[in-house]
Design a protein around this ligand. Sequence first.
Ligand SMILES: [Zn+2]
Length: 99
Amino acid sequence: MLIERTFCPNCKSREIFRNGSSDGRKRIVCRECRKSFYSKSNAFHRHKFPEQAILRALFLANSGNSPREIRAALASEGISVSRQTIFSWRKKFSGKGIF
Ligand SMILES: [Zn+2]
């Protein structure tokens, strides 16, 4: 799920750092070979729902809310998700230290 790139695609060094962003994409620079590239990650970007919605759903679930209540809470924030989606998030993220 979290596919943040943590190494340089050119030399595989892990000594990389963010160097701002242009047109919304994260620019990453490698300390070793000095090549720069764009982070493809934006892990949640490709996801159908924003990270905040997922984290919020997990937090609510963790606080003892039912999927129905979580749905209602997210709906009040303009995010429409199905109970199946919430269940799948719980399944996906449980035991990963988030949930
Ligand atoms: Zn490199």
